[in-house]
Design a protein around this ligand. Structure first.
Ligand SMILES: C[S@@+](CC[C@H](N)C(=O)[O-])C[C@H]1O[C@@H](n2cnc3c(N)ncnc32)[C@H](O)[C@@H]1O
Length: 249
């Protein structure tokens, strides 16, 4: 199971109308996702020309087919600026599914999740990439990919998740209104939904700041609420029930 099947599974289960991806790069994920409205935010898109042509063809075809009609919006900017400045009517409508995959630092991923929460539709879902790095090199706490690469941490293989993982124990310890778990696939997919009195963790913010890869390695399941891949099907089943309940109200 990978990020694309998880995100598309959520969109289909919820019949989601609005999808936001923070950190799009060459569009490996964004361009494969199908949703009525897709918003892409990245200060440095690297979508290759041939993919842009393919995308335009797909959109042109969709004009003649109401069922598959898809609107795409591209914002070349940092996520903080996007949330600070956009009056896009779709944001007022609410974000149904958000994929957080921008700058891989704890601080930025936390800011991206918090901003997304303010715009989330009732029953909306946030997916956070890179929540379960499995080597200390991938979890190297740098300010950017370039800094991590230039630091050449032992075991470096070019994959960088940074310390995004800390966002999970932090939110689990500070927000009882959020239900949070991490799927053990594709570098760890954090799944966040709103739910009153969700099971909590009791880690102090200061303690989380001081944690390093060793602490994650020792208490991975506990800190992340790590779930096996097949847990996702159970979660989707519950989500479908909740979504149809909300629509019936
Ligand atoms: C790992 S890549 C995204 C991959 C993409 N989601 C996919 O699955 O194919 C991270 C991207 O985040 C972008 N990025 C870095 N800082 C950002 C920020 N503050 N806001 C939004 N995007 C950012 C980078 O330019 C880069 O393209």
């Amino acid at each position: 199971m990978d990020k694309i099947s998880v995100i598309q599974g959520l969109i289909d289960a919820k019949k989601a109308r609005v999808y936001l991806e923070i950190g799009v790069a060459s569009g490996d994920c964004f361009l494969k996702i199908t949703a009525a409205n897709k918003i892409a935010v990245d200060p440095e898109f690297t979508i290759p020309f041939r993919r842009k042509v393919k995308r335009h063809m797909k959109r042109l075809r969709s004009v003649f087919n109401a069922k598959s009609r898809m609107n795409e919006y591209y914002y070349r900017m940092r996520s903080d600026n996007f949330f600070a400045g956009q009056n896009l009517p779709l944001l007022k409508e609410g974000l149904d599914v958000v994929f957080v995959d921008g700058l891989h630092t704890h601080e930025q991923s936390l800011s991206d999740v918090k901003n997304s929460l303010t715009r989330l539709s009732p029953g909306g879902v946030i997916v956070v990439h890179d929540c379960n790095p499995t080597t200390s090199a991938a979890a190297f706490p740098a300010a950017s990919y370039e800094e991590a690469r230039e630091s050449k941490p032992e075991g470096w293989r070019g994959e960088w998740s940074g310390n995004v993982w800390k966002t999970i124990p932090y939110l689990r310890s500070t927000r009882r209104d959020l239900d949070i778990f991490v799927l053990d696939c594709d570098c760890g997919l954090g799944i966040i939904t709103k739910r009153e009195n969700a099971p909590a963790l009791n880690c102090k913010a200061e303690a989380i700041k001081l944690m390093g890869y060793k602490e994650l390695e020792n208490e991975r399941e506990y800190l992340l609420n790590l779930k096996p891949e097949n847990f996702f099907h159970k979660f989707l089943g519950e989500l479908k029930k909740r979504s149809s309940g909300e629509k019936a109200k």
